[in-house]
Ligand binder design. Sequence first.
Ligand SMILES: Nc1ncnc2c1ncn2[C@@H]1O[C@H](COP(=O)(O)OP(=O)(O)O)[C@@H](O)[C@H]1O
Ligand SMILES: [Mg+2]
Length: 321
Amino acid sequence: MSAIRFDQVSLQFAGMSRPSVDRCSCEVASGRLVVILGPSGCGKTTLLKMVNRLYEPTSGRIYIDNQEIRQLKVTALRQQIGYVIQQSGLFPHMTVAQNIAVVPKLLGWERPRIQARIDELLALVDLPPSEYRHRYPAQLSGGQQQRVGLARALAGDPQVMLMDEPFGAIDAITRSSLQDEILRLQRQLKKTILFVSHDVEEALRLADYLLIMQQGQIVQYDKPFNVLTRPTNDFVNNLVGADDMVRQLGLLRVETAMMQANSPSSLAQGEPTIDRYDSLRHALSLILKTRASSLTVLDNGTPVGELTLDHIRNSASLTAS
Ligand SMILES: Nc1ncnc2c1ncn2[C@@H]1O[C@H](COP(=O)(O)OP(=O)(O)O)[C@@H](O)[C@H]1O
Ligand SMILES: [Mg+2]
């Protein structure tokens, strides 16, 4: 549940000469992680803030599961939507546990249920509850604060998550581990996520779909592989660096190039294996190293497809053209 649909959505702020978001239409299927990518000032945050009605469109409509969000009470809408921003937005005078409890309290949960939820969420974002429950935000690193921000946003089990450059202020190494965390959580929880980024590597790494914006408009909305191999214009081409093949193989997941198996039994036995979320560059080096003619692609240990050198070569030649 919780598909999001934008229908010709525009927002022109008072006194501005042109709209910040300009006739945006697209559909985000339920359970998908869409990264909104584009340069600073292109309208990413403005688009996002219309989904939880921090801003109202000047024209157009937004639907969640075919319900126009204007028809909902703002509080009811926001309870269904987790929101994570760059500066975690934690309340400094509240402990980690109190911060996470904000929404469950609003929802009127009983105390034991809230306590259990706090511990469950802290464990989920990899912060041992006994160690972190009673700390204050100032006693956490930036990366830990973002983890708590994420836990807080997940507290009421919202089906939709809005994340606005949540890792923008975090150092590269911590950032990469937080990205891993998001991918892991997404596989486990299957939320519908709109994730804003201006970082191409991050976007390619996380996205099921990329939504690329330029001056308030959506210029491409497609799978990362298609954006890299068939950018709609020079702007997209330059933005995602569609000419750098080696880099791309490092960013594209195995699943984007593999051949899906009709049934697990149709796969050859004894081949080396690779995870569907691994990079094509990793797959290539495995093929070269083992001299195998193909790799069996696994999802959680179960074979789901096959990847050959030709598959990789096809994606590489596509990206190079
Ligand atoms: N509250 C506001 N009032 C007036 N102009 C705004 C407001 N918020 C954003 N803008 C303008 O809208 C455009 C898009 O901003 P924003 O959505 O924040 O971009 P991004 O998140 O992609 O960096 C910018 O030109 C910005 O100056
Ligand atoms: Mg922004």
